[in-house]
Design a protein around this ligand. Structure first.
Ligand code: ADP
Length: 372
């Protein structure tokens, strides 16, 4: 187990300047002012779209990439200048990189042998780890005889057999099919409980991060957007980006203008008759004519029989068996809702909507930051 702390980390790749339309431009920072710490035995998920700096961050933690600025600590030791082999880190990347001529047993024992561990101790370590990842039946096989899921299990087993303080997983499930991903997700979580090792997984898949990690770090354009438990980032997104990134289907984000009437404040939407009462808790932050973004998750848009609410025409209806997804037009935008009720609609049907007022979110139209 280890504690990891990043303090104001920056990374700019040093492979020169790029040329854009004939002009020289400096390379952008791939990671900007990144600070966070994770406690002993935590399971951290670094989540964000492709190119946001997740792998760069992981590679800096592993010591495979130099830090441009800032400091990194494992426990209380600054590791900026420490070689990868001296960081007590286990790594499992997206491509399995197993040695093809060696059996699974020899792949697992390779690094332990290199460290000079005696054969009985190596066997003990492998016997301990192999059942955790269900590779005990595969020990005599060569990598070419393994499925993708089996290769990834061996890859992770190899990373933990050395009992690292910190386990780093970079998109470990991205090559696997849906069913195998789900199985391995649960197994990695179980393994983490058993081995008590601080673990960081990098993924672009929110389901992976939400289901495995106890803390999620969401990044965009090299910057940390929010760090919190899965529930915190889902229930209280810090900004519009996080709100739209977490949750499937994503949160509805509608540009709205506040209108003050005798009955109170209302959200209004360009080119639409839809008017939604502003929940009372926002009365002190909204003003007449204010532009903002209203966020509401599809599950919090409710179909009502109350005809006092504004009617909306159905544009798309999808039946997924366990839930139905309905899309209605709101001016230029679509508003999506999900329901488990057994409803059926055709294009153009008129439905009446209400928003779960406890679950609406406001974001600044200028900065995208959450307004409380
Ligand atoms: P992610 O893992 O989130 O997809 P990366 O950390 O791989 O993102 O990349 C972050 C940014 O750094 C991207 O703009 C990418 O093009 C750039 N980058 C990554 N590796 C290199 C490299 N070796 N040289 C130059 N730029 C790189």
């Amino acid at each position: 187990m280890a504690r990891l702390t990043l303090k104001n980390i920056y990374k700019r790749y040093e492979d020169g300047e790029k040329k854009l339309f004939g002009k020289r431009v400096e390379n952008e920072f791939a990671v900007k002012d990144l600070s966070f710490s994770c406690t002993d035995n935590s399971f951290i998920g670094i989540l964000g779209p492709s190119g946001c700096g997740k792998s760069t961050t992981l590679r800096m933690i592993a010591g495979l990439e130099k830090i441009t600025d800032g400091q990194m600590f494992i426990d209380d030791v600054c590791i900026n200048e420490l070689l990868p082999k001296d960081r007590n880190i286990g790594l499992a990347f997206e491509d399995y990189a197993l040695y093809p001529p060696l059996t699974v047993y020899d792949n697992l024992s390779f690094n332990l042998k290199a460290k000079g561990l005696p054969a009985p101790q190596i066997k003990e370590a492998i016997d301990r780890v192999a059942p955790l990842l269900k590779v005990d039946e595969l020990l005599r096989m060569k990598p070419s005889a393994l499925s993708g899921g089996q290769k990834q299990r061996v890859n992770i087993a190899r990373a933990i057999v050395r009992q690292p303080g910190l386990l780093l997983l970079d998109e470990p499930l991205s090559h696997l099919d849906g069913k195998m991903r789900q199985t391995l997700r649960q197994e990695i979580k179980r393994m983490h409980r058993e081995i008590q090792c601080t673990t960081i997984i990098v993924t672009h898949d929110q389901i992976e991060a939400m289901s495995m990690a106890d803390t999620i770090i969401i990044m965009k354009d090299g910057r940390l957007q929010q760090m919190g438990t899965p529930l915190e980032v889902y229930d209280n997104p810090a900004n519009e980006f996080v709100a739209g990134f977490i949750g499937e289907p994503p949160m509805n984000l509608l540009h709205s203008t506040i209108a003050k009437t005798q009955e109170g404040f209302f959200f209004t939407f360009a080119a639409s008759d839809l008017r939604v009462q502003v929940p009372e808790r926002y009365n002190r932050v909204v003003t007449d004519g204010m532009n903002l973004t209203l966020g509401v998750r599809p599950v919090d848009v409710l179909i009502t029989e109350k005809h006092s609410s504004t009617p909306a025409p159905v544009s798309i209806y999808e039946n997924f068996g366990d839930e139905r997804r309905v899309s209605v037009r709101v001016g230029e935008n679509h508003l999506n809702l999900t329901t488990t009720s057994e409803v059926f609609y055709k294009h153009g049907d008129i439905i009446h909507l209400e928003f779960n007022s406890d679950k609406t979110h406001l974001f600044s139209a200028e900065t995208g930051v959450s307004i409380k």
